[in-house]
Structures are given as C-alpha cells and as structure tokens.
Design a protein around this ligand. Structure first.
Ligand code: ATP
Length: 258
C-alpha cells in the first residue's frame, strides 16, 4: 500500500478499499468506469453505516446455501470485485466448492488473464475465463454477452457483484437464479436478482466464507434457509433501514460530535 492510512482514521476501512482499487486500476485490473461505480456504492454504504445489517446477513446465508446445494453454481467475478476481495472470493470458492468465472463488462482477454492470475495467486482452485469455450447470452450484444459455455451459460445459480443491470436482467431472462451483491437497493440489479445482498462486496464475501464454514455440513439447515428466504422482505428491510437512518439524521440535524 503506497499511502499510510492511520488505523485511527474514522474511514480507515473505506480508504483501504479505495487504495486497493487505485492499485488495481494502475495494474490494469480495474477500468476507470469501475472507480466511478465504486463511488456510487460508497455513498450507500455511508448512509447504511458501513456495516453488515441483518438483512444482508440473511441474504448472504441464502446465497451460501445455494452455492453449496445447487448442481452447477458459479461465482462471476469482474475487475472491481477481484480488486476488492480476491482473497475472500478464493476462500469462498474453496469453502462452497463453487468455481469462478471471470466475466467483464469492459472485456479484454488481457484483463481477464490478469484477474485470473490474481485469483489463482490467492489460491482459487477453479477459474474459467481465457481458457474456456465461449458462447453468447441472448439479448446482450457481443462482447458484453460473452460467457463460458461450461460456466455461466450452463450454471443454475450465479453470484454476481457490482454488476450492471442489463446483464443481470439478461441472466434472469435465460432462467438463471441470481444472487447479487449491490449496495444500492434501487439499482436494476438489486431489483432483478433473486437474492439481493445489500452489503459491501468485501465484507459480504468475508461473511459468506464464515457462513459456509459453519453450515456446509448441515444440508437440512441449508434447505430450510432456501425455503424460508423472501427477497422482497429483504429489500424492504434495506429500504427501511436507509429511511430510519435518514429520519434520525433529519430529526437531529447534527449527528456527528466533533
Ligand atoms: P443498474 O444498472 O443495476 O441499475 P448501475 O447503473 O448503478 O445499476 P453499475 O454502474 O454497473 O450499475 O454499478 C454497479 C453497482 O454496484 C452500483 O449499484 C453500486 O452501488 C454497486 N457497488 C459499487 N461498489 C460496490 C461495493 N464495493 N460493494 C457492493 N456494491 C457496490
């Protein structure tokens, strides 16, 4: 890390993530548009208090249950997700047995190869990307629609993070079950996914790794989690939490003591 960020800084975690993104941008893993997308996420995280709320943990439990129980699950990884959470993604893949596909909105084989290497360096066991037979998701123009045949194209459950709404909607149209990590509950991705994880991507992935460790032997419990899950209720709770935090701020005016 090039800049020393003091641990005592109130935005320590957030500044560390920014630093990771800048480094990944300079390494050709993140595109400039990705830096802008991160800012949109940060704004929601700020309002949400930069922590994993119960509604996020519930969605994370349901996602882990699907990753473990589905016949053909896959974790879709883009530049921002890899930059923020390569280590956590690799461990989630190991704990759940779900492979990874590197899938990019701003696609280049060179960037895919760099992300594959980053994930492999962190111990990810199975990564699809440059090395697979390609096909197209209907409804998305190439190259945005290019996916691996043995990965996303034939998967029954896909975890996406920091994803564009068009692509999430296209995956839903071809019958995929989709979980999405997205801090903005208003986004098309958040609204379209079967499971919406309104949480920061690194935190969410770390939580899911721990949940997988705890629950992976208990298939009855995992099935129960899936049966009980209600995404509309989860989204409502996310909106309510935002509203309550804004109401409190509006009532008090000043919420920070200097
Ligand atoms: P949509 O197309 O789904 O309506 P969008 O146009 O905002 O949404 P993008 O610009 O591709 O889509 O942004 C990706 C999404 O990821 C945004 O909703 C943003 O809030 C969210 N996001 C950004 N950084 C993070 C992060 N670190 N963790 C979780 N979500 C994030």
């Amino acid at each position: 890390m090039r800049w020393h960020i003091p641990r005592s800084h109130p935005r320590y975690e957030s500044l560390k993530l920014r630093e990771k993104l800048v480094e990944a941008f300079e390494a050709g893993i993140v595109v400039p548009q990705g830096l802008i997308a991160h800012g949109r996420g940060e704004a929601f995280d700020y309002i949400l208090g930069e922590k994993s709320h119960d509604f996020a943990l519930e969605a994370e439990r349901a996602t882990v249950a699907h990753l473990i129980i589905s016949k053909k699950p896959i974790i879709s990884v883009n530049g921002n997700y890899a930059a923020l959470a390569a280590e956590e993604i690799a461990r989630l893949s190991i704990e759940t047995g779900a492979p990874i596909e590197v899938n990019l909105f701003y696609r280049s084989e060179e960037r895919i190869a760099k992300i594959e290497k980053l994930l492999a360096d962190h111990g990810a066991p199975k990564i699809l990307g440059t090395n697979c037979e390609k096909t197209l998701i209907p409804g998305l123009e190439s190259p945005r629609g290019i996916v691996c045949k043995e990965g996303i194209y034939t998967a029954d459950f896909i975890l996406v993070a920091i994803e564009d709404g068009d692509r999430t909607q296209a995956l839903k149209r071809i019958g995929k079950k989709v979980a999405a990590i997205d801090l903005n509950p208003f986004s098309r991705t958040a609204q379209t996914a079967d499971i919406t994880i309104v949480d920061e991507a690194q935190r969410a992935t770390r939580n899911m790794e721990n949940i997988a460790k705890e629950l992976k032997g208990n298939h009855d419990m995992l099935k129960q989690i899936i049966l009980k899950y209600d995404n509309k209720a989860i989204l409502s709770k996310a909106f309510k939490t935002i509203m309550e935090r804004l109401e409190e701020a509006a009532a008090k005016g000043v919420i920070i003591e200097f």
